[in-house]
Design a protein around this ligand. Structure first.
Ligand SMILES: [Zn+2]
Length: 257
């Protein structure tokens, strides 16, 4: 079926106003809706790369779980040491970018009061791509700006952008954390973004929550009415709920094993 751009826009506006749950109304008499993972798999080959590699550049896997014994508390509690650690890992792997972290249990969040609690939050829900500050980030699929914010706490996302997309009538969101402040300077909710558009850049520590430069990329089914922010790390006891609401970003990125 052919859907014109204006119809698609109307559809996205409808979803934007009333949330993905409203789509159930449109599907009341049809077959069960496929999962977000299923539609992402179906359209994988059409996605624009989120990070463009120049010829000869590569992305290597990075383990930030407690299994990585080189990642000591001294390293991750000091931004400069953490930056040096990432640099060393990139050099060892002979890679411009390092990536990983979906469903990874990490000790590094003890560096910030943001993740404390009776049960601290330690399970990472996105994929992180580590590289140089200023690295451009591209829109893998057209959609619209849902919301954005400067989450300016130690260890937080810093500048954050959230987009709304739809595929085969399934609406979902993508979150871009630790980006540049200039990326959220001149945008507004409801603004259309197109396939392959340069939408963000890896931020510096002063604007990215004080982390080594990287992109936190996460897929979210239900934003739970939040704007400009959504947990990127959850309690292990809430693992099932959050992993269900946040499918594997590598279905889009197609970079990690
Ligand atoms: Zn992350």
């Amino acid at each position: 079926m052919f859907i014109s751009q204006s119809l698609l826009f109307e559809f996205l506006l409808f979803t934007f106003e009333f949330g993905p749950q409203s789509l159930a109304i449109l599907h009341y008499n049809s077959t069960p809706m496929p999962s977000i993972s299923a539609v992402l798999k179906k359209y994988q080959s059409t996605f624009h790369p989120v990070i463009k590699l120049k010829q000869g550049e590569k992305i290597a896997a990075l383990d930030l779980s407690e299994k990585n014994v080189e990642l000591t508390e001294d390293v991750f509690t000091n931004t400069q040491s953490f930056i040096q650690f990432i640099e060393n890992e990139r050099r060892k792997a002979n890679a411009e970018f390092l990536a990983g972290g979906y469903n990874e249990l990490r000790g590094i969040y003890s560096k910030s009061g943001l993740f404390v609690g009776e049960e601290p939050r330690r399970l990472h829900l996105g994929v992180d791509i580590w590289g140089n500050a200023g690295t451009p980030v591209y829109c893998f699929l057209g959609g619209m700006v849902h919301s954005f914010a400067f989450n300016d706490n130690e260890g937080d996302y810093g500048a954050t952008l959230i987009l709304l997309h739809q595929l085969d009538g399934i609406a979902f969101y993508t979150l871009y954390g630790h980006i540049s402040l200039r990326d959220i300077d001149a945008i507004s909710p409801g603004q259309y973004v197109s396939h392959g558009q340069e939408i963000a850049h890896f931020g510096e520590p002063r604007e990215n929550g004080n982390w080594p430069p990287h992109l936190h990329f996460q897929v979210i089914a239900d934003m739970e009415l939040k704007k400009g922010d959504y947990p990127g790390v959850c309690k292990f006891s809430e693992r099932d709920k959050y992993l269900k609401n946040c499918p594997d970003p590598n279905l889009i990125l197609q970079i990690t094993e």
